[in-house]
Structure formats: C-alpha cells, structure tokens
Design a protein around this ligand. Structure first.
Ligand code: NA7
Length: 536
C-alpha cells in the first residue's frame, strides 16, 4: 500500500451538511488529515439547498440540533419549536465557525468519481473540475433526500417565466406578489410551499397528483422560560430520543386501537390533532401502521377534519387520500394548509384525472385545459436514498461500479459499508435507520469513528464488509419491514419515483425497524470485534 505520506489526505468526506461537518470534527480528533468536498458555496446540506418559501423543521428544534457538544447546546437558542430554514442554516454556519471547520472544507467542489486503487489501498477522487485527490478513507455525507428530480414533461425547458425546483431555490428572494403561480407536487415540501406562497400570490394553482394525509404542526415561539427549561434538560431530551422508535420525542401509545372504547379513541385522536409535531404519526396507537382496521379509524378521523376545514365539499374530497392510509407515507405537517383552498385566488387541479401533458412557453397544458403562469414551482421530490450515490461514478475492487453492485437493490452492512468497496464508509447510506435525522447521523459518525480508531490502534488500513455480514444484515432489513403498511405504498420510502428510470417498482429501500434495534445490531458488530468485516 501507499504510505500515508504519499496520499493527499487520510480521509475525504463528501458533503458539508450535518453529516460531513460532524464527521470532520471526529476525524480531526483521530488526528487524521481530512478534506471535505462540498458542491455548494456554503455548509448546511439540506438546509443550504432547500431555501423554498415556508421550509422549516417538522422535528422539534430542540431535539434536532447536534447533541455532541454541551457547550454548543447551551450557546445556541432556537427561536421557535419548529425553526424555519434560514435559522437552521444560520445554525449550521454557527457550528462551522465555532469548530473552525471551514479550513478543511473546499466549496464549489462536486465529486464526479471515486475509484478504489487496491495496490495503493487508497481512493482516487476526481472533482468535476478535473482535479484528483487521493486518500485512504472515503466517507460519504451526501444525504438521503438530496438529488432533486424534475418531471419528465415535454417542453419543460421552453417555459418563458421563472421556474424552480424547491431544492434548487435561488438565494435571492422570489417575489410572488400579484403573480400567477403554479405549484406541482403536494408532498411535505409542496405543502410547506403552498401555504406560504398562497399568502402573497396573485393566483395560485396547485397540481396535485396524489393527496397526502397532512396534520397540524402547531408551531409557536419558544418562550424565555421554555428556553431555560430546554437548556436545563438536554441530557434528558437526548436520552429520551435515543429510546424512541425513530428518535423523535414522541413515543407510540402502548395500547392497540381497539383496546379502548370508540369515545376514548376519538378523544385521543383529538388530543393528538391538537398537539405539536409528529405525535399523531409516531405517537399514535401502536398498531396504527400494521392493522388495517386501526389505520382506517385514524384515516377516517383525519378525513373528517379535512371536510371540516375545507368549505367546498368537492375540493375537500379531492384532498382526501383514497389509495393509502394515514401515516403510510411521510405525513406533511401544516399550518393552515387546508384553509388555503378556501381562498378565492387558489385553485386545486387533480393531476391524476387531468394529467399534465407538457409545459408550454406560457404555462401548463393538461389533458383538458391550458393554464398560464408567471412562475412554476416544482415540489416534485428527490431521487431518494440511492440517488446521490448513483450520481457519482464510484468504483470498488476490480472496477465494479456501485451502481452495478446495487442494480438489484442496495446491499450494505449496517447501511454504512459495502462489500467490494473497501474503506468506503457511508453516513446515512441506504438501510440505515432514519427518523430524526441528526440523531441517526451522530450515531453513524460515531460508529465509523470507532471503527477507524479500532484500526488505527492496531495498525490496520483496510476495512471491507464480508459477504456473510451483508447477507445477514440484508435479511434483517427485509424482516423488520414485513407487515408494515408503509411498505405497501408507493413513495420515496419504498424506492418509487416516477421521474427516475428504473425506480417504478417498490423495493426494500430503507430500514423500517426501530432506531434502538438498528443501534443494537451495529453495536454488536463493534463489540464482537468487527467479525462481519475483513480488516487488514
Ligand atoms: P415527495 O414526498 O416525494 O413529494 C413529491 C410530490 O411531487 C408528490 O406529490 C408527487 O406526486 C409529485 N410529483 C412528482 N413527480 C410528479 C409528476 N411528474 N407529475 C405530477 N406530480 C409529481 O417529495 P417532498 O420534497 O415533498 O418530500 C421529500 C421528503 O423531504 C419528505 O418526506 C421530508 O422528509 C423531506 P405523487 O405522490 O408521486 O403522485
């Protein structure tokens, strides 16, 4: 192998979002020379790119920030229970400054390829500008929802007005006042965008292909007294998050839906509907996402809420999902979203009944009408989970590409390593536990760091997942997803994206077990001395 001195860096990290920034901090602690390559002009990842109007947390702010530094936790004060994107981006910049991260981050640097050189035991990383950089370890922090996808509409490039994908929003403010605006897409992003744009747009047309089950966010400012309480209880907050299913502050109710009377059930649903955050999704009766009849109960409850909130009964029915139950897709959290459809300047178009046929120089042509617009917003989502990996030419042993390796579905060891791709470590790779993302990121980074430390102390420089380890892990991932209604529905969580070649059918795209279960597996690998890996 090449000596460390012969390599440009000990480690290269791709991405300066929450994953990359924290990984950099930990690599420095190991005394490794690390370089972070970031495509954007600043840190923040998701919070750097997603500048669309209304972008904000659906996780409680005080459960979302990094937990690794007590000082940081005391220094930083979130202003709202669910902070808006500009504040989160400020937070990311604050972290970068506080830990002096920028000197190891190279911005405007998109990684084009990464090729493993077995002889050197090194990765050769090439940026889009053609420059090459070698390193022993390659760590990806490229996100699970970071590769935006546009619809494959004919004429999409011919539109004469302004058009934006929500995740490629300009840094300058976009003015909607008096404009005729289209929003295409009604996922979590579309919902946040629509409720904000509707405040100022001259006229707003929403193109909805599939309605989603939304629930109230109930955001509000954090009072001074709450701030003090939050800062005094961070240890407890994060301990609690570690124990919950998906690291949110909410815990499922231990009761089954039909163990309680109809009246009690209704009262519980009402209470959840009136409470902030994801409680109604991840703090509901324990069988909500596994028992069809239980799922029907909560779906009927939310459907009635929509009927109460939307004045025009026809529009209300259009907004109620028919083909999937409540919570089986990501639940968009909203603030007066349904009331938007009571505004005289807002029109809801059913894009399933009357599909968009093409984009014209002046607007949108559907199967039955032409709509004229000044601005088109594409809230059409991402090539999720594997999309960011597919955009980089990653080649492991013998020149095998990661795309080829994963052609039949992603296969990993604990979502962080891939057989035939030595010294490649993925923070939030496919099949890692997701949920409240920074909690998952911190765990992944710490696990990878512990592995590197283990190798360092033994003079080892090569780590590769073993086939048996990958098989056992993949079987586990398949097993934990069985019986979950979420996995019977098309969404990014099941690997479906109508705009991406080869992503038309459902696969086991993500880990759907609990975070504690996930960590137990990973911890066992470490405690057992990494027997699922070949270390040399
Ligand atoms: P999502 O949840 O994937 O939503 C994308 C939306 O765009 C969804 O309503 C899609 O309808 C719609 N869409 C996508 N392509 C088209 C075309 N070609 N025509 C019409 N409508 C289309 O992405 P988000 O950005 O909202 O959220 C992603 C995650 O980011 C979210 O879960 C959060 O955790 C953060 P469809 O439902 O496919 O019929």
């Amino acid at each position: 192998p090449a000596s460390a001195a012969a390599l440009d860096h000990d480690a290269i990290v791709i991405g300066a979002g929450l994953s990359g920034m924290y990984q950099l901090i930990r690599l420095r602690e190991l005394g490794l020379r690390a370089r972070v390559f970031e495509a954007g002009s600043g840190v923040g990842g998701t919070w750097y790119w997603n500048r669309y109007p209304g972008a904000r947390f659906d996780s409680e702010s005080w459960s979302y920030g990094y937990s690794f530094s007590k000082e940081l936790l005391q220094d930083w004060s979130w202003s709202e229970h669910f902070a808006p994107q500009p504040e989160t981006l400020r937070y990311c910049n604050y972290v970068a400054d506080k830990f002096d991260l920028r000197r190891d981050i190279q911005f405007h640097s998109r990684v084009a390829s990464a090729h493993w050189q077995e002889g050197d035991r090194a990765w050769r990383v090439t940026l889009e500008d053609g420059s090459h950089h070698t390193c022993r370890y390659l760590i990806t922090g490229i996100g699970v929802l970071s590769t935006p996808t546009l619809p494959r509409f004919e004429g999409i490039d011919t539109f004469g007005g302004q058009s934006f994908h929500t995740a490629r929003w300009p840094h300058e403010k976009v003015d909607f006042a008096g404009k005729r605006v289209a929003v295409i897409g009604t996922g979590a992003t579309g919902v946040q965008t629509i409720q904000e744009v509707a405040k100022t747009a001259g006229h707003l047309t929403v193109f909805q292909r599939t309605p989603n089950w939304c629930a109230p966010l109930h955001n509000r400012p954090i009072t001074e007294e709450e701030q003090q309480r939050i800062k005094a209880s961070y240890d407890e907050i994060f301990r609690h998050c570690r124990e919950t299913f998906s690291c949110f502050v909410h815990t499922p109710d231990p009761r089954g839906t039909f163990e309680v009377s109809k009246e009690e059930r209704e009262a519980f649903y009402e209470q959840l509907y009136a409470s902030p955050g994801f409680g109604i999704w991840v703090g509901n009766f324990k069988d909500m996402l596994t028992d069809r009849a239980a799922n029907r109960e909560i779906s009927d409850f939310v459907a009635n809420k929509i009927r109460q909130r939307v004045k025009d009964p026809t529009v209300a029915e259009m907004l109620i999902p028919r083909n999937h139950g409540f919570g089986t897709r990501r639940v968009p959290l909203e603030t007066r979203y349904y009331e938007v459809y009571n505004q005289p300047n807002v029109l809801l178009v059913d894009s399933k009944a009357t599909p968009i046929q093409r984009i014209t120089p002046t607007g949108v042509q559907t199967s039955d009408a032409h709509y004229e617009f000044d601005i088109i917003v594409y809230a059409t989502g991402f090539d999720a989970l594997t999309g960011a990996f597919d955009r980089i030419d990653i080649r492991g042993e013998g020149g095998l590409t990661l795309r080829e390796k994963w052609a039949g579905g992603a296969q990993t060891l604990v979502g962080m390593l891939v057989e035939d791709f030595p010294n490649l470590f993925m923070v939030l790779g496919p099949h890692t536990a997701l949920g409240n993302i920074p909690r998952s990121i911190e765990y992944n980074v710490e696990w990878i760091t512990a592995l590197l430390r283990h190798m360092q102390t033994r003079g080892l420089t090569r780590a590769e997942a073993r086939a048996e380890g990958v098989t056992a892990w993949t079987e586990h991932v398949k097993g934990v997803g069985a019986g979950l209604l979420t996995n019977e529905v098309d969404s990014w969580m099941t690997g479906v994206n109508s705009n991406v070649e080869g992503k038309q059918t459902r696969v086991i795209a993500r880990y759907s077990g609990s975070a504690p279960e996930y960590r137990a597996w990973c911890d066992a690998v470490a405690a057992g001395g990494y027997r699922e890996l070949d270390l040399a």
